[in-house]
Design a protein around this ligand. Sequence first.
Ligand code: HXC
Length: 257
Amino acid sequence: MAYETILVETRARVGLITLNRPKALNALNTTVLAEVMAALEAFEADAGVGAIVITGSEKAFAAGADIKQMQSMSYVDAFMADFFAGWEALSRIRKPVIAAVAGYALGGGCELAMMCDFIIAADNAKFGQPEITLGVMPGMGGSQRLTRFVGKSKAMDMCLTGRMMDAEEAERSGLVSRVVPAGELIEEALAAATKIASFSLPAVMMAKEAVNRSYETTLSEGLRFERRVFHSMFALDDQTEGMSAFVEKRTPNFRNR
Ligand code: HXC
């Protein structure tokens, strides 16, 4: 499929999506949404892909929702289109999705990164929810996910003042899992994704589901869910292979089933 706003490629077992609207610092419009979702769904359906990376440019992961597209929108337009609710479909992707963030991740850009399973940041990354400076507030999860990731005080600070957080503060606050030199971002993100894609895909998908469950349920229900899923793993060929390989002191050869 030919895309207008993204570049899509496969590197071994990793699917790579690069946001590509350089003149608008990768601002997210409805075409970007449709194309990213189409690419994600294609990777989800591709048995040759075990993990996915979403990235932008060195200057901007994404500078937010497209302000020029939103400028003249009415309440009824936004409500009837359920504006940008479509991004929630990203959380239904069952394979792991890593955000590799360099430069600006602002507004919807920060929110898109937070919808991914984890964020690897370049040392020049800047995260922010500057919607308040436009007379609005976050609308793609910023008030909810950011608060869960960095806590109320920092989330309030960012949503109410619109200030940006640099990569070092983002790592200290738990927003990102690691910070790497900007020139090594893609290499590092692809290496992490390649490692994930070398493991048993069903085990990886179940682990992702279990971690995500912790955001939706109580601790006792989450622990029960984890235990039940863990028990079910003894039905995987890959459990037999992984444990046998350890005992036999050899590299496992996972069959993804
Ligand atoms: C549309 C954008 C854009 C955006 C940048 N551009 N951000 N276009 N929507 N969000 C465009 C600029 O208009 C300009 O094009 C070009 O990208 C380069 O931007 P500059 O501002 O000239 O670059 P620079 O001076 O380096 O400043 C970078 C920046 C600034 C600090 C990131 O662009 C900025 O503040 N952008 C807006 C960030 C923001 O408020 N994001 C939140 C959006 S609201 P032209 O052709 O004009 O020169 C949001 C809501 C989500 O995300 C909820 C949805 C449901």
